[in-house]
Design a protein around this ligand. Structure first.
Ligand code: HEM
Length: 267
């Protein structure tokens, strides 16, 4: 059998990707509402970026644990550029007016970004530990298994603490041996080490600063998302069943690396 040549379209599975948009609405002329395609495409693009983020963050953790500062910084820089892209994409969706969204919103039934398994996985990789994240996914699903796995292994923060310990920063044994399934909590002993890191270890401090960028970038996405939601649906409830904007506001200004924020006033 002759081997088929690799082409742009076979390598990138273009046919599959372009066949994966299925608008549900039916406008007055029988065609889907104009804005529904944008809504679908933008979510799909987000999911692809989430996939890439997970791929990069896994490598960031491996490099931190291997003590490879240069590669860690390089990869974190890439992660930050992706986050900027994620935030910028909101501008595109904000060109959709409330009326345009209303024209097809009912067809979403209970579907919501709330159910994005990859988003919950990114949160877990960064350190969030909430049983509800996995429980919201269908039983036996790949998404649920991936979230559970991420919640039961070292987070990015845990890998960073190991990186610091390997560079000679005196972190207590119980800090390093902390149960990985517990959520991060501010710890004054870690904060003392971080303050000396900033004064004594320029390369280590660079990594810490990129983690602050990452934390801020993630919070920035949440802020832009809630403002987009507010201008598009106001105080209506979410399709995922939450109070909508009121719920989303409770997720703002919650750092994933609290110790790095706690020390700012001491530097
Ligand atoms: C018109 C556009 C959008 C509207 C009106 C909207 C609305 C909402 C609402 C109301 C929630 C709260 C949960 C619920 O009850 O449904 C939510 C959560 C969420 N949305 Fe959106 N959304 C939009 C676009 C997007 C996009 C493009 C993404 C990208 C993947 C996204 C990702 C998420 C995520 C990850 C959550 C969960 C946040 C959390 O629980 O911390 N949303 N969205």
């Amino acid at each position: 059998m002759t081997k088929r040549a690799v082409t742009y379209s076979t390598y990138l599975a273009i046919d599959e990707i372009l066949a994966a948009q299925h608008p549900l609405s039916s406008g007055p002329d029988g065609r889907p509402e104009h804005d529904e395609l944008l809504f679908i495409v933008i979510h799909q693009v987000y999911e692809l970026w989430f996939k890439q983020l997970l791929h990069e963050l896994a490598e960031v953790q491996r490099m931190l644990e291997a003590g490879d500062t240069d590669t860690t910084l390089h990869l974190l820089n890439r992660v930050l550029k992706i986050l900027k892209t994620l935030v910028a994409q909101i501008d595109v969706l904000e060109t959709m007016s409330p009326l345009q969204f209303t024209s097809f919103r009912d067809r979403l039934e209970s579907a919501s970004g709330f159910q994005s398994a990859q988003f919950r996985e990114v949160e877990a990789v960064l350190g969030k530990r909430e049983a509800s994240a996995a429980a919201a996914q269908p039983e036996e699903s790949d998404g649920r298994a991936r979230i559970e796995a991420a919640q039961s292994r070292l987070s990015v923060w845990g890998s960073f603490l190991r990186f610091l310990a390997a560079r000679g920063h005196a972190l207590a044994n119980d800090v390093l041996a902390r149960d990985v399934t517990l959520p991060p909590e501010p710890d004054e002993r870690i904060q003392d080490v971080l303050v000396s890191l900033y004064h004594e270890d320029a390369d280590g401090a660079l990594v810490a600063e990129r983690l602050v960028d990452l934390d801020e970038g993630f919070q920035e996405w949440r802020y832009r998302h809630v403002k987009m939601v507010e201008r598009t649906i106001g105080t209506k409830r979410g399709t995922g069943g939450s109070a909508g904007v009121e719920y989303l506001r409770t997720t703002l200004f919650q750092p994933v690396f609290p110790d790095l924020w706690e020390i700012r006033g001491r530097l």
